[in-house]
Design a protein around this ligand. Structure first.
Ligand SMILES: NC(=O)c1ccc[n+]([C@@H]2O[C@H](COP(=O)([O-])OP(=O)(O)OC[C@H]3O[C@@H](n4cnc5c(N)ncnc54)[C@H](OP(=O)(O)O)[C@@H]3O)[C@@H](O)[C@H]2O)c1
Length: 231
């Protein structure tokens, strides 16, 4: 597939890009064309070294608005604070046939601990996914990857069996995104219902980070047991 990653030069963006590029065309989006091109070239070298002949995909670095032009999937890996402004500015460039995947976790840190903190001022319990949906409506939005630590994605040969909770209102879009999750070895997509459930998914991440801080864990994630393979 053609996958654009907005804010694709960051931790999550580069992690997803290096994993998906084995089979997909990746468009790295950035505020800076030069930065996007540099990251795309670095990822290409890394992927070629690791996947060798199995590398079927590609990396192209572009400014965010250009990166999403050809894409079927647009992945939002922007910092929470930048998400509303960037998605509002890019709205006119998006197409109705595209699927938006949000990885955004709206949270803030107070002293040692992390708290869910909505992107919206007057809507404290609204998820980032629902706020993005309002901006891009009627384009389909799907939530995924909030509980996957970026360092795990970037470490290409790391093997961890993790679950990825996937929420969205459109069954076809959720199925397509679930397939993209499964394209990353050892990640298992679990559908958890409509987009309104995103607030529960997004709220798991501050909980995991607090578990890490308070119990000395490193890059915690989730797996729902028992683990039965899906057909
Ligand atoms: N890191 C994780 O382990 C992790 C795990 C799960 C979910 N998430 C979520 O995924 C999202 C991305 O996290 P991340 O750690 O990858 O973030 P990040 O590395 O801090 O930032 C991602 C990219 O966003 C762009 N950016 C930064 N400030 C911006 C601004 N003011 N306006 C527009 N673009 C801006 C930058 O790209 P350019 O400078 O190239 O424009 C940056 O490379 C976050 O919402 C986070 O909550 C992160």
């Amino acid at each position: 597939m053609k996958i654009c990653i907005l804010g694709g030069t960051g931790n999550m963006g580069t992690g997803l890009a290096i994993r998906w590029a084995v089979n997909h065309e990746i468009f790295i989006g950035s505020r800076s064309l030069e930065k996007a091109q540099g990251i795309a070239e670095n990822l290409r070298k890394l992927a070629l070294g690791f996947y060798q002949n199995e590398l079927k995909g590609s990396f192209t670095g572009l400014e965010n608005a250009d990166a999403l032009k050809e894409a079927e999937i647009v992945v939002v890996t922007l910092p929470p604070k930048a998400t509303i402004a960037v998605m509002t500015a890019l709205r006119e460039h998006l197409r109705e046939d595209q699927i938006i995947v949000t990885t955004v976790v709206p949270m803030r840190r107070r002293k040692r601990l992390f708290y869910f903190s909505s992107l919206g001022k007057d809507v404290q319990d609204r998820s980032a996914a629902e706020i993005i949906q309002e901006i891009v409506d009627p384009i389909r939005v799907v939530t995924a990857f909030q509980t996957v630590p970026a360092p795990y994605l970037s470490n290409i040969d790391a093997v961890l069996n993790l679950d990825v909770l996937v929420a969205g209102d459109d069954d076809i879009a959720v199925t397509i995104v679930s397939k993209l999750v499964r394209d990353i070895p050892n990640l298992r997509p679990l559908k958890v219902g409509p987009l309104v459930n995103s607030k529960f998914i997004e709220a798991i991440t501050p909980l995991l980070l607090n578990a890490a801080v308070l119990n000395g864990l490193h890059e915690p994630s989730i797996r729902i047991v028992p683990w039965f393979p899906l057909d």
